[in-house]
Design a protein around this ligand. Structure first.
Ligand code: 5AD
Ligand code: SF4
Length: 352
């Protein structure tokens, strides 16, 4: 597909044309992955973050929330809950902290989860930019996938979203490090940011392609009241509808372009519409990350406004989700890692 074709698809608004776009992306998913969904139990292990991204509700400068770190024992219990309920894999996500203590904490937690699940639980980390030796320790402890969003692949837009101490090149370097350490590497962007053009989104798609990513985690931008970018912005029904539509179009275009990668149908979609995640699956997504963090922490981990399921415990969210996924004709890959096909395909290619 040319850039002009991608731009055209991303600018569709006619309901019938949109439905055709989602359908063709879904067909590509059926061909390469099947009508299947992989689950990752999400544990939001800490909302302590040293960064100050202008859009994010848990930025260091937001004093309007209680900071927490879940104990190792509780994290392991949540992960094992996911394991016992056949999720097959978990994601440990946190704000960005760079300290020996944090490195050790994550390392020992990962190790314990792997030991207690007999090495069978898949484990993804999402703990920001780190030095190579840190990524290496976590990899050796048993993590095999890592998510680090580029947020915006255009350096100028990236600069407008972050304070001056953020370094776009450093983030790309981290993605290369992760790749060199043989992680399945995921990245992604926010969609519908203020000032973001369709050309920026096409650039994002090309970035995914160029970096040969294994996993894509992206979602619509949703303003948060306690952030510089989101202050005073009103979430009208029309705004929510349009943000959701942009998110779905990006999922569809990513599936058409990248075919065999894992694409998350993210919670941000669900924050905009009750059935947002199901619609993400039908537009080409194949991964869902049900929250398994103890509900007592959920309110303090709000990256954006309207985070869903604040009070829904893991058991309820599991039942609810299973019903919804089956209702759209998809099946869940219970007890499987749900690894990225692309990771194995690209490895096979390098070996040949
Ligand atoms: N809207 C949508 N996504 C957001 N994130 C942070 N803030 C927002 C927001 N206001 C996303 C970022 C980050 C991920 C953990 O959450 O992309 O990488
Ligand atoms: Fe911290 Fe990530 Fe939020 Fe930025 S987006 S403030 S790095 S948690």
């Amino acid at each position: 597909m040319t850039d002009a074709e991608l731009k055209h698809l991303l600018e569709l608004t006619d309901p019938e044309e949109l439905a055709a776009l989602y359908r063709s992306a879904y067909e590509v998913k059926l061909r390469h992955i099947g009508p299947k969904v992989s689950l990752r139990g999400l544990v939001e292990i800490s909302n302590i973050c040293r960064k100050n991204c202008y859009y994010c509700g848990i930025r260091a400068g937001n004093s309007n929330l209680k900071r927490y770190r879940v104990s190792r024992e509780e994290i392991v219990n949540s992960a094992l809950w996911a394991y016992d309920h056949h999720y097959g894999s978990v994601v440990l996500q946190s704000g960005e902290v760079s300290s020996d203590e944090f490195t050790e904490f994550v390392e020992s937690t990962v190790r314990e989860i792997m030991e207690k699940s007999d090495g069978r639980l898949g484990l993804t980390l999402c703990c920001g930019e780190q030095e190579s030796r840190v990524y290496e320790r976590w990899r050796k402890a048993g993590a095999h996938r890592y998510l680090l969003r580029i947020e915006a692949s255009d350096p100028e837009l990236y600069r407008r979203l972050h304070p001056a101490d953020h370094d776009f090149e450093a983030r790309k370097e981290c993605l290369r490090r992760l790749r060199a350490l043989d992680y399945q590497v995921g990245s992604g962007v926010m969609i519908g940011l203020p000032g973001q053009t369709t050309e920026n989104l096409v650039h994002d798609l090309r970035f995914f392609q160029e970096f040969d990513l294994d996993m894509i985690g992206m979602g619509p931008y949703i303003p948060h009241e306690d952030t510089p970018l989101g202050r005073g912005v009103c979430l009208t029904p029309e705004y929510k509808r349009s943000q959701l539509e942009k998110g779905l179009k990006m999922i569809a275009c990513t599936r058409l372009l990248l075919k065999d990668v894992n694409i998350a149908s993210t919670t941000a979609l669900q924050a905009l519409a009750d059935d947002g995640r199901e619609r993400g699956l039908l537009a080409g997504g194949n991964v869902i990350m049900p929250n398994v963090t103890d509900t007592s922490y959920r309110r303090s981990y709000q990256l954006y406004a309207g985070k869903p399921s604040l009070d829904e415990n893991s058991r309820q969210s599991c039942d609810n989700l299973t019903r919804r996924i089956l209702a759209i004709g998809e099946t869940i890959l219970w007890d499987q890692h749900g690894d990225s096909r692309h990771y194995f395909n690209r490895k096979q290619e390098t070996e040949q």
